[in-house]
Design a binder for this molecule. Structure first.
Ligand code: ZN
Length: 383
């Protein structure tokens, strides 16, 4: 009788691949034991063995006169197991219970599960959405090339971004007729975008590049809602680039200013955002026609270049959430909240996303340069 064949050395690249496919766990069905350290003591140790499905020896477990030699270092014939299960499947007394097909099932099942569980790395694709609406009667154009540059290191889902272009409107960019028309059009087009996304099994994030009057940005935020994964961008005034600047540590970027907190029936309720500039309380009072209760989120250093980092947007979002909750709780009588905002586009959209689910009535004002006055432009939750 021939001497039993010696176990062949498994090449290192094959060993590495097998460990990777198994994610370092025993591939015996139901075991899943971690094999590079002891799970109880956390001590590192190689607890795994590489087992042959078809033995390397024709006389061994599931051995074959020809295939044993062919498959001896073939990854498709190798299983990573713990020592107990390596021993079990090669036990002469048990071998009839562990036929080749069954062990292949164990292996495939395990490797598939690992692949699925680890497939969801950070999604590197994003859908680029461009929204452009005339501001102060001037058309605006957002260059898709700039947008694609700004999303890096992510990649656009489509070669061409989704564009909502309302910049060529012949209507004078003033008055409520303009806003009502733009509002309807934005609602419709964003609904289209969202319903197309709803049909995609794993929708990527949505990267939004928008230039529009503030009330329409707020409205856009409402339409987008808070269910989507959204990344917001803005054109930085100094560099003219849409790429976010390097992120920074969280600081007290904002202060909350409250005027006449005591709610009375006569006092109008006002929410003010002084971020890209200071909103004049005097002008606000003139506009609403009485001494208002004011809740103001104010940048500690307001200015048109204030929104330098994503961190500033994130903390603004937190402050806005607090503000809308505080105002709702303080004015349960469903009083209208008048909103005066000097803010960059991403903040206006973010605000809109937060008021999505509230039934509080809001009026968003637009500052009209030609009139040097605020005019009501967008009504939310008001019939
Ligand atoms: Zn095991």
């Amino acid at each position: 009788m021939e001497k039993p064949r010696k176990r062949p050395a498994i090449p290192l690249n094959v060993q590495c691949e097998l460990w990777a496919r198994a994610a370092g766990r025993c591939q015996f069905r139901g075991c899943n034991r971690l094999l590079y350290k002891d799970e109880l003591t956390q001590q590192r140790s190689n607890l795994g063995v590489i087992s042959h499905i078809v033995s390397f020896s024709p006389d061994g477990p599931r051995g074959h006169p020809v295939r044993s030699k062919q498959l001896e270092i073939d990854i498709r014939n190798l299983m990573l197991t713990c020592r107990d299960h390596g021993k079990l499947i090669d036990d002469k007394a048990q071998v009839s219970a562990y036929l080749e097909e069954l062990l292949l099932d164990f292996k495939h099942e395990h490797e598939r599960r690992v692949r699925l569980a680890t497939a969801h790395a950070e999604d590197m694709q994003t859908q680029v959405l461009i929204l452009q609406v005339s501001v102060d009667g001037h058309d605006v154009i957002i260059d898709p090339v700039d947008a694609h540059r700004a999303i890096q290191p992510k990649f656009p889902v489509d070669e061409n971004p989704t564009v909502i272009d309302l910049s060529g409107s012949r209507l004078p960019a003033e008055g409520e007729g303009f806003f009502a028309l733009m509002e309807r059009s934005i609602t419709q087009q964003i609904q289209d975008v969202l319903s197309r996304r709803a049909g995609v099994t794993r929708a990527s994030s949505l990267s939004v590049f928008a230039i529009a009057p503030i009330p329409l940005l707020v409205h856009t935020g409402r339409c987008l809602g808070d269910a989507q994964r959204i990344e917001l961008y803005q054109r930085h005034r100094d560099t003219q680039s849409w790429t976010w600047k390097e992120d920074e540590e969280a600081q007290a970027f904002y202060e909350i200013v409250r005027v006449a907190e005591q709610a009375t029936t006569e006092r109008p309720v006002v929410l003010v955002f002084s971020i890209s500039g200071l909103v004049s309380h005097e002008l606000v009072a003139q506009t609403v026609g009485a001494e208002p209760c004011i809740y103001e989120i104010r940048a500690r250093e307001p200015g048109r270049d204030f929104l330098r980092s994503r961190k500033r947007l994130e903390l603004f979002s937190y402050e806005v959430r607090n503000a809308v909750v505080a105002l709702r709780d303080a004015h349960y009588a469903r009083k209208v909240i008048h909103v005066f905002a000097a803010i960059p586009a991403p903040m206006a959209i973010e605000f809109g996303r937060h008021i999505k689910s509230l039934d509080t009535p809001f009026i968003i004002y637009e500052y009209e340069n030609s009139k040097h006055a605020y005019v009501p432009a967008l009504r939310i939750n008001i019939d």
